[in-house]
Design a protein around this ligand. Sequence first.
Ligand code: TXA
Ligand code: MG
Length: 373
Amino acid sequence: MKGECLVKVDPERPEREALERAGDVLRRGGLVAFPTETVYGLGADALNPGASARIFKVKGRPPDNPLIIHVEGPEGLWSVASSVPEEAWRLVERLWPGPLTIVVPKDPGVPSVVTGGLPTVAVRSPAHRVALGLIEAAGVPVAAPSANRSGRPSPVTAQDVAEDLDCEVDLILDGGETFFGVESTIIDFTRDPPVVLRPGPIAPEDVERIIGVRPLVPPEARALATPERPLAPGMKYRHYSPDAQLVLVEGSTNPREAAWALHCTRLWLENELGGGAAVAVLASEESIEEMRRLGLARGGEWSLGPRRDPLIAARRLYKLLRRLDREGYRAGVVEGVVEEGIGLAVMNRLRKAASRRLAIGEALSLCRRGVRP
Ligand code: TXA
Ligand code: MG
């Protein structure tokens, strides 16, 4: 039965009993889904190869896509890493616990199923009392990818986890909605200068402010290129996608233009899908306001928040992608956000989730090409 494995916990002051029970499950080789400040994770004892292997099975995750190991704090690095560059150390001392994952050479004790056979390991310390309490109660480092079925949007509530994995996991700790709504920033410190493998809540400029070096952001990290030889295994997979098809409209500079572009793309998609299919629009508050003013709105327009605040877009992103499926939409049109701060992460996720990308001009030309507004 759905939800039977769900246990409510207070996100601020998690109940000791729940944490101990969950810690026990992990120590015995079981799986526990838990909230972090980014998204929900699906945890196993990182030093138990059988338990970690089960994560791949339950998620349907390709075996070469490694997991992130969660530790209590910087000292936890010594149980899973063989060396830590000085810059990485300074960074985690400032930012942990927090939404930053570092990639460093792995300790031989870390099973190769966890790292997908790589000589490196990804590690982070989550800024969430439930996650930290769980790691402490388990007494082991916790390997955890996001707790979604592989390829789906990451879960930001316990209900999202249950929707994807039901009770195939032993326990889901329900600590309410996560804060950031997108996954941690991953920085590879085995390269010089360090390289952003996945943008997240910690922006490159935040890192530069602390260590005096700005990590590189390669085109792959912006999902602008699908590399032949990816810097990280995760880069080559399609991700974060709802069942509904998603069309991304990029590069709008003003709400009026965006309103028309979104409208034209919606009509074109409805036309293509046929059968009276409805298409949702995910866009900035300003663009939706403009659609209303122009008489182009007709319900099914969902706000990603004001243009100047990409954190709101991050927090709503996966919820809205899942809403498309829950409400039975066959498609959605989504407006891109400004690629700054956490907006870099939002655009990376949107480009990976979208099956088609249109520049604003292309989107506008759909109206001219005979789809009547
Ligand atoms: O915020 C987060 O990072 C969440 C929460 C649960 O902590 N976790 C998460 O894990 O998002 P997920 O599902 O994205 O999987 C881990 C990512 C993959 O993209 C994987 O390719 C990358 O980390 N990764 C893990 N180990 C790596 C390594 N040694 N080198 C490069 N990338 C690695
Ligand atoms: Mg994931």
